[in-house]
Design a protein around this ligand. Structure first.
Ligand SMILES: Cc1cc2nc3c(=O)[nH]c(=O)nc-3n(C[C@H](O)[C@H](O)[C@H](O)COP(=O)(O)O)c2cc1C
Length: 199
């Protein structure tokens, strides 16, 4: 590597250190998820403006208070990722005009007190800046309203600049989600609002 490249790398690392960390939670575990593709659109928009990481929550178990005493490893890892982030951006499908149960389950885990001796105490999500984008064909408003009440209820600072997108017809055949210009414009507006809330 040339000296110039080394210097460029140092500056790049410095920029990354200074940038805020945004954790993406894709609310669909489906391979080829349209919401995952939308998250990748947002990642591009945030390039050079924030560090983006994706939460792996595939192994988080169904919540039971019996499991809380010895926090499952997948929950511990999810909490650590949330704690390390300045903001959490959810990319969510709509199931039966509502929040997918799996995402609600994850939020339930993350909403619980870190120190079980005080169940009203601080959670991993405490005061975290959050926002949501939804890719679905119907029920965006209904699911959004649920997020609008749930995320502030679990004591997060909710950025209400949501992006709604419909699945293009061809995506069902070829798997490629195409975000229209107006969707990308709203996604950019949402990213800016999120950055403004954490910077
Ligand atoms: C249980 C279930 C319920 C669904 N309900 C809705 C719905 O209310 N509105 C909708 O537009 N799509 C609904 N869908 C279809 C999903 O939007 C579709 O599967 C979409 O691809 C999910 O997002 P993903 O591509 O990120 O996985 C439902 C799918 C499932 C599995």
């Amino acid at each position: 590597m040339s000296i110039l490249d080394t210097i460029k790398n140092i500056f790049k690392k410095e920029e990354e250190i200074q940038m805020k960390n945004i954790l993406f939670v894709v609310g669909s575990l489906r391979e080829g998820s349209f919401n995952h593709q939308q998250a990748q659109n947002a990642e591009k928009i945030l390039e050079g403006k924030a560090n983006v990481t994706y939460l792996d929550w595939s192994q988080v178990p169904v919540f039971s208070q019996d499991l809380e005493g010895q926090t499952p490893e997948a929950v511990k890892a999810a909490r650590e990722a949330v704690l390390a982030a300045d903001a959490v951006w959810f990319f969510s499908p709509v199931y039966n005009f509502a929040i997918p149960g799996s995402v609600k389950n994850l939020i339930d885990w993350l909403s619980r007190a870190l120190d079980l001796s005080d169940t009203t105490g601080v959670s991993a999500l405490q005061d975290k800046v959050t926002t949501v984008s939804l890719v679905a064909n119907g029920g965006h408003e209904q699911a959004a309203d649920q997020y609008r009440s749930l995320l502030p209820f679990v004591r997060t600072q909710f950025v209400d600049e949501l992006t709604f997108a419909r699945v293009n017809d061809s995506a069902w055949a070829d798997g490629k989600f195409i975000a229209e210009e107006d969707v990308l414009a709203q996604l950019t507006k949402q990213a800016d609002a999120l950055l403004a809330a954490i910077n």
